[in-house]
Ligand binder design. Structure first.
Ligand SMILES: [Fe+2]
Ligand SMILES: [Fe+2]
Length: 135
């Protein structure tokens, strides 16, 4: 299984996204390492985080009418659906799909972060978040 480790290549230089990405990696690591009786709660946390994380990025892209938003938002939606489906199967006692998914998600996440997230981070570094502007 590929265990995802933080590397400088995953650093985007936009703190709100770096923070969310670090949290995703931490929760994925916990879900990957979870013993059978802890898989469901670990996945629940990962799904909850992913919904908020992807939702925040989608909001920023909507607000900015961001060029690659369609593809980026679609990728979020597909992955979130898969995570939710896996959680449902795990809750019904079938852990095989989430075990399989856990080992594949690391590679997906690295790719996603270094392409779609990186492009968004570059833009957001320039314009800032509404939260930062209001502070
Ligand atoms: Fe992200
Ligand atoms: Fe993203």
């Amino acid at each position: 299984m590929q265990v995802l480790k933080w590397t400088p290549a995953l650093w985007l230089g936009f703190e709100p996204m770096d923070e969310m990405n670090r949290e995703f990696m931490e929760l994925l690591g916990r879900a990957q390492a979870a013993p059978d009786d802890q898989v469901v709660p670990a996945w629940q946390e990962l799904v909850q985080h992913a919904a908020a994380h992807f939702g925040t990025e989608d909001d920023w892209m909507r607000r900015e009418a961001f060029a690659t938003a369609g593809q980026h938002t679609m990728e979020h939606r597909v992955v979130l659906n898969l995570l939710r489906e896996g959680l449902g199967q795990a809750q019904r006692g079938d852990l095989a799909p989430v075990r399989q998914m856990a080992s594949e998600l690391g590679a997906w996440f690295s790719r996603h972060t270094q392409t779609l997230d990186a492009a968004l981070a570059l833009h957001m570094r320039r314009v800032g978040t509404p939260e930062a502007a209001a502070a």
